[in-house]
Design a protein around this ligand. Structure first.
Ligand SMILES: Nc1ncnc2c1ncn2[C@@H]1O[C@H](COP(=O)(O)OP(=O)(O)OP(=O)(O)O)[C@@H](O)[C@H]1O
Ligand SMILES: [Mg+2]
Length: 512
């Protein structure tokens, strides 16, 4: 018997997977096959069922009866599938909101993924655990010690720890499947490149990978095959080779999209909304920057350049050591986010889950959060108005939800992000600070969000935008400031291109 024939040609089969949430069909009889050693990308708009598929596979969400999952020799009906069976079958997961524990150390977080190394008598072998963690941190190039509490790391590093945790016992694996739900969403470009290299080398060593992403360039560069979902149904499974981004967009959205980024048309005045001089603190060593009224000012900088710290300082959420800021000509030095909001400054943070959402509350409530005064008039809470406003936001921002009373955590990841952006844009802030606003947002909604940002700038809001993708910065900003070594080293005007921005971010030109 030639061994070639005995070799399984399919690593994983999902057959007839469906999921109904409160009478709403989120996934409709999905059939999907993953070949051994391939990198298979799962694409689709926000709320199209990608995470649902992956959660079913992981055994954490129970599919509707009738479906079947086949991994290697394991054939199971969905009703008998469980996290333990998924693990035993060799499936490893990094979820969209990975269950990492910020208050525990990096080492403890790793141990939770693989079981603590036990010494004599079953006690946790701390020295061994720390040695192993140190090796892994070096291998994955993460600047932390085993004892660093995970919460001290920035969002990008936290997701790298989650990936490292999933991969830690799969080093020599050529069976099973590694499943990643948007592993690169929170990572800046350089690190995405590192991670993709790592994925490629795992695949080359025989590891099968299924992964979800909204970054089409990345998918085209790394995936062998691509499956696209739309509204819970499979559109197609296609070979990645020879496909263009436009082809993918058409599969995802269902029609061609003229442009992903709307043209920059804002009427920028010379009028300054925000003037920053010598701002110092944390990684920043004297930032000088002027934000003009009605402009979108992009900030380009590598990981650790202080992009997020700059935003948080302007929002009263990070200590300022020295320097001055004026807002509309008046001194501005917020000591708390509350003070910043009162002064008309709004902030959409990078880490939306920790900072921005009211867990357990409805979509409507999350949209109007912080606006209770606005709805409270003459001792009457204007519920009707609040409902009408929330309906409008849902349709403006293409938020996919069954109704606005749905708890926020039951929305798909990208739709949660839209709620956060909608909330702040509704308040017509003077200055809007956006940190990675389209992270995890699908390609269709992305262009809508930028159009809504343009609408806001036309109405007089001024925007500072941090985005990791130079492409996105170049297309959606009026100007882009380059942040390097704690200072602004250049300000680029339109017309600009992504290539030039990348060069400036990495060059030593003009740096101290
Ligand atoms: N626990 C839940 N209760 C109710 N509805 C849910 C729940 N979880 C998911 N849904 C709904 O199921 C649909 C599919 O969601 P899913 O998370 O699979 O989308 P996704 O493709 O991963 O989107 P994204 O790109 O935004 O992450 C969405 O409409 C979502 O609101
Ligand atoms: Mg998802």
């Amino acid at each position: 018997m030639p061994s070639v024939l005995a070799e399984p040609r399919i690593a994983l089969t999902m057959r007839g997977l469906s999921k109904t949430y409160n009478g709403n069909l989120a996934l409709d009889s999905l059939f999907l096959q993953i070949r051994p050693g391939e990198i298979h990308a799962l694409l689709g708009g926000n709320g199209s069922g990608k995470s649902t598929t992956i959660k079913i596979l992981a055994g954490v969400v129970q599919a509707d009866p009738g479906g079947e999952i086949v991994v290697g020799d394991t054939v199971a009906g969905v009703s008998e599938w469980s996290p333990a069976r998924a693990h035993a079958a060799g499936l490893r997961f990094v979820h969209q909101q990975p269950a990492v524990f910020p208050e525990l150390s990096v080492a403890e977080n790793l141990a939770l993924g693989a079981g603590f190394p036990r010494g004599i008598g079953g006690r946790i072998d701390w020295p061994a655990l720390h040695v192993r963690t140190k090796e892994l941190l070096a291998k994955y190039d993460i600047a932390a010690t085993p004892k660093t509490p995970l919460g001290m790391l920035r969002a990008a590093d936290r997701s790298r720890v989650a990936i490292m945790r999933a991969l830690q016992d799969r080093d020599d694996a050529d069976s099973g499947v590694l499943v990643l739900d948007e592993p690169t969403a929170a990572l800046p470009d350089v690190e995405v490149a590192h991670l993709l290299d790592a994925l490629r080398s795992y695949a080359a060593a025989g590891q099968t990978i299924l992964y979800v992403s909204h970054r089409l360039d990345e998918v085209l560069s790394v995936a062998d095959r691509i499956t696209v979902l739309r509204d819970g149904r499979k559109v197609d499974t296609v070979e990645a080779k020879g496909l263009s981004e436009a082809d993918l967009i058409e599969l995802i959205v269902g029609r061609p999209l003229d442009r992903v980024f709307p043209p920059g048309t804002s009427d920028v005045t010379e009028d300054a909304a925000l003037v920053i001089r010598g701002l110092t603190g944390g990684p920043l060593r004297g930032v000088d920057l002027t934000l003009r009224r009605g402009e979108v000012l992009g900030i380009a900088g590598l990981l650790g350049s202080g992009r997020s710290e700059l935003m948080r300082m302007l929002f009263g959420a990070y200590p300022i050591d020295a320097g001055t800021v004026t807002l509309d000509g008046a001194p501005y030095r917020p000591r708390t986010p509350d003070a910043a909001m009162k002064a008309g400054v709004a902030y959409v943070p990078e880490d939306r889950h920790a900072d921005a959402l009211l867990q357990g509350e409805s979509v409507r409530h999350n949209l109007s959060a912080g606006q209770a005064n606005h709805y409270f008039r003459n001792f009457v809470y204007r519920h009707k108005q609040e409902r009408a406003d929330s309906q409008r936001s849902i349709s403006d921002f293409l938020i996919r939800t069954f109704n606005d009373e749905q708890p926020i955590e039951t929305l798909s990841g990208g739709n949660q992000q839209k709620v956060v952006i909608a909330r702040w844009l509704r308040r017509h802030p003077k200055v809007l600070l956006l940190d990675e606003p389209t992270q995890g947002v699908d390609v269709g909604a992305r262009s809508e969000i930028y159009q809504l940002i343009r609408k806001a700038t036309d109405a007089g809001t001024s925007v500072i935008l941090v985005a990791s993708e130079p492409e996105e910065l170049a297309h959606s900003s009026d100007r882009v400031a380059i942040l390097r070594g704690g200072r602004i080293t250049a300000v680029v005007e339109q017309p600009m291109d992504a290539h030039r921005l990348t060069e400036l971010m990495n060059s030593t030109e003009g740096s101290p």
